[in-house]
Each structure stands twice: as structure tokens, then as C-alpha cells.
Design a protein around this ligand. Sequence first.
Ligand code: F6R
Length: 243
Amino acid sequence: AEIIITNSEDEAGEIYAKCVADLIERKPDAVLGLATGSSPLAAYRQLAKEVKARNLDVSRVRGFALDEYAGLDPAHPQSYRSTITRTVVEPLGLDPDKVRVPNGNLETIKDAGREYDAAIEAAGGVDVQILGIGTDGHIGFNEPGSSLQSGTRIKTLAEQTRIDNARFFDGDIDQVPTHCITQGIGTIMKARQLVLLAFGEGKAEAIKETCEGGISAFCPASALQLHPHATIIVDEAAASKLA
Ligand code: F6R
């Protein structure tokens, strides 16, 4: 993977924004892989700016989110459907019908993973997948130990992840769903380009493991070492443990 060290989240975001804006110019129905969490927010802001500055037509752009909570109403403000609508679809002016989020409805979730992977394939695959990384090296909701070949499927959320995410649910862990549906590591690896963003000291160990550790399910993001076009964009703090 190529590693780029930037001075700020905005600078990192600009690199992503230029790359995606160029893509949309070449391919107006580009397929974007989307992530929630704090790491991609500056990138989405910069992309919205770039779309405006270049006056791009994004009406045909398609999107697939990485993951969703299971058993949470999509209308809940903390569902990843709502989060993607707020942070990506609305600021960029995308067609909401062209942006999919995994189906976390418990009644139909059994087949949802296979259907989601089939939908990505039917769209021709993801062109650029944006990724954050957990302090334990997770990507999507693929916690350490996840198969590097996995497809989209239901997972139990790690206790630590539920504790971390309680801040979005009135600080009450009992309100945090216990399960999720997430693109697998195998699904993510099929995207033609991966852009992983990581900022702050807290991500330094995970970035070291991702870039310099062995390829192992203990650090799901280490799979990026096998990807032909992966770019890891970090700030100085997240890069601080690299050799
Ligand atoms: C988000 C996701 C997660 C986050 C990761 C980092 O859809 O799947 O893997 O990317 O937990 O989160 P932040 O960016 O909030 O540090």
C-alpha cells in the first residue's frame, strides 16, 4: 500500500476528494464505497466542495455503505442509513435511491448479506472504497479474528465496540444494538481502489500493525497489504509508530 502522511484531516480529505471527483468526471455513474465514523467526515466535506467547484453532475453516482446495525430502525438518527444520509447523500446531493446501506431488518437479515454482495457485483463493483480503522485494526465491523475472505454477513458486536459507541446512544450501552451486518473483508478487498484514513495517536498502533505487521486476521486491516491499489492517508500522530 502507498502511505501518505498529511498535516491535517482536511489535507487528507482533499486527496480523497480530488481522486473521487476525477473518477466522477471519467465515470458519471461511479460506484463509491462509503463508511461512517469520524475519520471520513473531512473527506466528505472536501468532496462536497470539489463537486461544487467543478460543477459535477452527481445524479448517477451510486454508493454502498460498509455496515449497519441489526435490529435498529433505519429511521433512528444513529442508524448508519441516517448517518450516511446526513453526512454524504445530502451534502453531496446524491440520489438517495442510488445509495444502499446493508439491510439490518431482523426479519429479512438472513439473506441480506448474500443479496448485498450480489447488488455490489451487479453494479459492476465498487470503484473507490473509503475506510476508517478501529484501534484494534478492524475495518467495517470486521473485528480481529474475522476471515480475510469473508463476504457481507451478520456479526456480533465486540463488547468494546458497544462501549465505544454508547456515546451515540445517550451513553447507555443497553441501547446499543448487539449485532450488525457488515461487508466482509473479502467484499472490501474486491473494490478497485481502497483509501484508508486514520488520524490521531490512538490509531498509531493499528496503523503500524496494518502496514508493517504480518498479514493476519488478528489485524483485519493488514489485508490491505495484498490489495493492488490501496492508499493509506494518515496524520503525523497516526504515523508516529511507523519505522
Ligand atoms: C464505519 C466503520 C468502522 C469505522 C472505525 C473507525 O462504517 O465501519 O470500521 O471506520 O470504527 O471509526 P472512527 O472513524 O470513528 O474512528
